[in-house]
Design a protein around this ligand. Sequence first.
Ligand code: NAP
Ligand code: HSE
Length: 428
Amino acid sequence: MSHPLRLGIAGLGTVGGGVVDILHRQADLIAMRAGRPVQITAVSARNRAKDRGVDLSGFAWEDDPISLAHRADVDVLVELMGGAEGPAHMATRAALTAGKDVVTANKALLAHHGQSLAEMAEAAGRVIRFEAAVAGGIPVIKTLGEGLAANRMTRVMGVMNGTCNYILTRMESAGLPYDQVFEEARALGYLEADPTLDVGGIDAGHKLALLASLAFGTRVSFDTVELEGIERVSIDDIRLAADMGFKIKLLGVAQISERGLEQRMTPCLVPADSPLGQLQGGTNMVVLEGDSVGQIVLRGAGAGAGPTASAVLADVIDLARGLRIPTFGQPATTLAQATTAPAVMEAPFYLRMTLADQPGALARVATVLGEAGISIDRMRQYGHSDTAAPVLIVTHKTNRNAIDTALAQLPNTGVVVGAPVAIRIETV
Ligand code: NAP
Ligand code: HSE
């Protein structure tokens, strides 16, 4: 066999530990498939004394990940520290400058610096691979960049944050409010150190922006992702949506048209019997649509040591085999700067409001909707107290501007109690 591919692993937490573990257990299998041995030569983390449950005795230790990136006995920096800035960014740049390839699981880094890092890598004749950064163990980057490379992609969508899907499905199955399930998720160790990254939709937004770049040949544009987290999804909405045949998911949708690039990561209703509607717990699902291939659905573990390390090592094996693909599937300088599409894509919406129980209340709501150009598809009024009644409306297709106009007008009717809720319904 030819000379080994030598790795420097920066970060020995959940994912880094998983990579070391798989390489210990599967060294022969990986060498056979890669056509050469894959070896870790050096590692870096903050705390050298920490017991990580894996044997690190054969590897050199670097306190500083930048020194790791510079080592002459490292061919590939495997960046598993996390964070858009700081050591992850600096070590990645140092590795490319020093002529090393980079494998990373860091979606935040690439969502913020993907274009400049891809250009830097190409100028240096190096590559950056990031299979583990999106949807954990699901090989979606490879699917888009290789398997579907002959397609003009039309839409990419999916559930890409396992923590949010766990919270939403647990709220439904146990009938528990958001705050209680959030605390459960925290106790189970599901949440990122900064939970806003998960429940605020930011982590999933990072992933969507990376997929959109690969799918549409556009520069990563995280700043233009319309973001809304799950913090305001109530158990009432989950129950009422279920009653109308829907589930609520934190759903990412990216699509491109002559109007520009539209990227949304927001709570949406999806049909309960659709593949997305049936997705349980921490599982991820990505739906890819191309002009020739039609629709592809990928489903699997979006996080955890084993699945994420599996994806990291898939990238490493590609490098060992000599497979060198541009970061976002085509030369970085050819990626287009997409304009942001105005929010005019039409969809049905779910509207929930509480109405004063008085004559003409529904008529006033219908008038506001009609004046905003919104047509009602279905409506249900639920059992109510003496003074107020919950009302649920599913609209025909309309656009977000019309919904916002109606939401602004509804309080002026004098019959709507509290703030009405509007959630987009996505057809899959
Ligand atoms: P983690 O468990 O928090 O581990 C982070 C590691 O980085 C730790 O070993 C830490 O050292 C080390 N580190 C942090 N700052 C450092 C510094 N300045 N110098 C050297 N080492 C430093 O994180 P993780 O869950 O493995 O995630 C790693 C990356 O994978 C992130 O980009 C994350 O978004 C991504 N990812 C994670 C998952 C998942 O399921 N966890 C899934 C997909 C993608 P100490 O151990 O000494 O503190
Ligand atoms: N916090 C992320 C999730 C980890 O819950 O999906 C994987 O990227």
